[in-house]
Design a binder for this molecule. Structure first.
Ligand SMILES: NC(=O)c1ccc[n+]([C@@H]2O[C@H](COP(=O)([O-])OP(=O)(O)OC[C@H]3O[C@@H](n4cnc5c(N)ncnc54)[C@H](O)[C@@H]3O)[C@@H](O)[C@H]2O)c1
Length: 366
């Protein structure tokens, strides 16, 4: 199966394509269309370890010569230090304004490489090759790029659209189980804010225990395509997050605070998002909604959290939440739900209700 969505943005439109073993064909087509022969590859460390033969052969067969740089695995790579290093690599290796950069990896590689591409010579062509489920359904679409800062997550960055997104599910064959769950969290987010059927269609994650089974499940590519379609719909309507795009942050205000306080890495982004959605559901109920969170809790057995409540002092999390980009004044702003699939952005100044929502998270920690 190969399927493509055309995504429009102020910088032009680009294709998102999902399918198995589509990478080679797309490289050849890209070269033909854009007439380039040199390019850069920024690849995630684990992706390179597992797939370097295939990647190198694909570029060689397409007649593309490349310079490659490895990005160390993990959230800590989304740093100003790595951004500076990689920018230096491009500039010292003779990058030109039309030299494309291929970001091959998960959300960390995509966000970091995208930010490098956005600023190098005020923008070089960027091609996302997402290799995690999370990157396929979320981070490779919509043009948000950036790095973390010591004061908070994603606080330094730019909107910068790719020229193409190639989501080849063959890369997922080597994805560890924990990373499947990270992708699942963002998939469930689309279920919560937009399409209830996604909850049911995600049940195969529960039924099948190993990644190898998941990859064989034919519904996976359809699910990826539909989630990418929801994200594309939302970002096309609100490219620079002045309104509806914020809905994609359901659970994320809580999640970003946990990730930061736990010092990036202890709790993965997807794990934090899953817990954050439970907290946001609780807060929504405190403010008048009547949501049965069983629909999210059903997926709880898939997650195991390597963190205790003592590692997440509430005062530190309040401090971090205050720095969240969504806050416009002293009050906290959250994406909440009036009902399932009815997101709203709400200002909350009752700290007791927020503390109560944090308790929901602590009750879930092993
Ligand atoms: N830009 C956006 O709109 C957006 C949206 C959502 C999330 N994000 C960001 O995305 C990041 C999380 O992305 P992620 O979950 O993909 O994490 P990640 O990029 O850190 O990848 C997760 C792990 O999987 C490994 N990996 C990647 N592909 C693999 C493969 N095919 N086989 C084996 N191992 C593989 C990586 O080495 C890493 O250890 C966060 O920084 C988050 O803030 C950005």
């Amino acid at each position: 199966m190969t399927d493509t969505i055309d995504i429009s943005s102020s910088a032009g439109s680009y294709n998102f394509t999902v399918g198995r073993s589509i990478f080679e064909k797309h490289l050849t087509a890209l070269k033909k269309k854009n007439q380039f022969s040199d390019c850069f590859i920024f690849a995630d460390e684990n992706v390179w370890k597992n797939h370097n033969n295939r990647i190198q052969t694909a570029f060689e067969s397409a007649g593309l010569s490349f310079k490659k740089e490895i990005i160390p695995s993990g959230e800590k790579s989304k740093s100003i230090k790595q951004w500076e290093r990689l920018t230096g690599v491009l500039l010292q290796s003779g990058v030109r304004r039309n030299t494309p950069l291929f970001a091959i990896g998960g959300g960390v590689t995509g966000d970091l490489s995208g930010f490098v591409a956005s600023a190098t010579m005020r923008g070089i062509p960027l091609i996302h090759v997402p290799t995690t489920l999370l990157a396929m359904v979320d981070s490779s679409i919509g043009g948000k790029t950036g790095v973390n800062h010591e004061t908070g997550k994603n606080l330094v960055g730019a909107f910068y659209q790719p020229v193409e997104v190639i989501a080849d599910t063959t890369f997922l064959d080597t994805l560890p189980d924990r990373e499947w769950n990270n992708g699942l969290s963002e998939i469930l987010k689309y279920g919560a804010i937009r399409d209830r059927s996604i909850f049911d269609r995600s049940e195969f994650f529960l039924e099948r225990s190993s990644a190898s089974n998941k990859k064989e499940n034919s519904s996976l590519e359809n699910l990826i395509l539909d989630c990418a379609g929801i994200k594309a719909d939302i970002v096309q309507e609100d490219e620079f997050e002045s309104g509806k795009r914020a809905y994609l942050n359901f659970g994320h205000t809580f999640a970003h605070a946990m990730e930061k306080v736990a010092d990036y890495g202890t709790l993965s982004h997807g794990e934090a998002v899953y817990l954050g959605m439970l907290a946001a559901t609780n807060l929504s109920n405190s403010l008048g909604a009547d949501l049965n969170d069983e629909i999210l809790r059903k997926f709880r057995p898939l997650y195991s959290f390597d963190i205790s409540p003592e590692m997440l002092p509430v005062d530190s999390m309040f401090k971090t939440m205050k720095l969240d980009k969504k806050n416009v004044d002293e009050n906290f702003r959250f994406v909440l739900l009036k009902n399932w699939q009815q997101p709203v952005v709400e200002t909350v100044n009752n700290e007791e209700l927020i503390r109560k929502a944090w308790l929901t998270v602590f009750n879930e920690l092993d």
